[in-house]
Design a protein around this ligand. Structure first.
Ligand SMILES: Nc1ncnc2c1ncn2[C@@H]1O[C@H](COP(=O)(O)OP(=O)(O)OP(=O)(O)O)[C@@H](O)[C@H]1O
Ligand SMILES: [Mg+2]
Length: 225
C-alpha cells in the first residue's frame, strides 16, 4: 500500500497561505532542533479536535519535502489519529512492535514522498494505553527512532487520557496544539502537568483558520520552561 500525496497535505489544492504557514512551522521546528536535537516528538493538545493529527501529517509532509527523513507514528490508541485519516488503522504497527518480536520494517507504510513513512497504532491498539506504562513501549519507540531523522507522534489529548502523559515522558520533545480562542487556563494546566511529569515542551502551536482561507497556523511560540 502506498499513501498518496493528496491525502497528506490538505486541503486540495492547498492555498499559498496554508503552505506558507507550514513553512513557518517547519522553520521553527528546525530552529528548535539546532538548540537541542529531538528526534521523537509527541504532538498533543489540551482537548479533542484541536488539530493534532492535521499538524502531524502536514509537518511531516513539509519536512519530507526538504528530504528530512520522517516517520509519522500513530499513538492515538482510540482511533482519532492519522491511522484513521489515512485508512490504515487495522495494519500492524506500534502495538505489534511492543508485543511481538518483529522488525520496524514490517510496520512501516510508504507514501508517495520517499522521505515520509507512516507507522500505524497497530492491530492491538486497544492494548496501547496499558503498553504505554511498560518498558516495551519505550523500546519500540527507540527502534522506530533509529529508522528516521524525526518521528512525529500523533496522540490523544492530555485531558482525560493517561497514556498521553505517559508517552510525553518517553519522547524527546512535546509540541502542544491549542485551538485559537481556547482557554489559556487549559493550556497552562497542561504545561504544568507536562512539567511535573518531566516532559520537555518545545512549543505551542496555535491553530486558527483565516476567513476565506484554509487551515492556517497563526503562530508558533517557543516555550521556555
Ligand atoms: N485550522 C483549522 N481550520 C479548519 N479546520 C481545521 C483546522 N485544523 C484542523 N481542522 C479540521 O478539524 C478537524 C479536527 O482536526 P484533527 O483531526 O487534526 O484534530 P485532532 O486534535 O487530531 O482531533 P482528535 O482529538 O479527535 O484526534 C479535522 O476535520 C480537520 O480537518
Ligand atoms: Mg487526531
Amino acid at each position: 500500500m502506498l499513501i498518496t500525496s493528496e491525502s497528506l497535505l490538505g486541503p486540495n489544492p492547498p492555498t499559498s497561505a496554508y503552505l506558507e504557514a507550514y513553512r513557518i512551522l517547519r522553520s521553527e521546528f528546525l530552529i528548535l532542533q539546532e538548540h537541542e536535537e529531538s528526534r521523537i516528538v509527541l504532538v498533543t493538545s489540551p482537548w479533542h479536535q484541536e488539530g493534532k493529527s492535521t499538524v502531524v501529517l502536514n509537518l511531516g509532509t513539509m519536512l519530507a519535502l526538504i528530504e528530512k527523513d520522517t516517520i509519522v507514528l500513530d499513538t492515538d490508541f482510540y482511533g482519532g489519529g492519522i491511522g484513521e485519516t489515512l485508512g490504515i488503522s487495522g495494519s500492524p504497527g506500534l502495538t505489534d512492535l511492543c508485543l511481538h518480536d518483529i522488525a520496524v520494517a514490517e510496520t512501516v507504510i510508504e507514501t508517495e514522498l520517499s522521505a515520509l513513512r507512516v507507522v500505524p497504532a497497530g492491530t492491538e491498539a486497544d492494548r496501547g494505553p496499558e503498553l504505554t506504562e511498560g518498558a516495551s513501549m519505550g523500546q519500540a519507540l527507540r527502534k522506530i527512532g533509529q529508522q528516521a531523522q524525526f518521528v512525529l507522534c500523533d496522540s490523544t489529548p492530555l485531558s482525560g487520557f493517561g497514556a498521553t502523559l505517559a508517552l510525553a515522558r518517553m519522547v524527546d520533545m512535546v509540541l502542544l496544539v491549542s485551538l485559537a480562542g481556547s482557554r489559556v487556563e487549559d493550556v497552562q494546566r497542561c504545561l504544568a502537568s507536562l512539567k511535573e511529569a518531566g516532559a520537555r515542551v518545545g512549543g505551542i502551536i496555535v491553530n486558527d483558520e483565516l476567513p476565506g482561507e484554509s487551515v492556517v497556523y497563526r503562530s508558533y511560540h517557543e516555550y521556555h520552561r
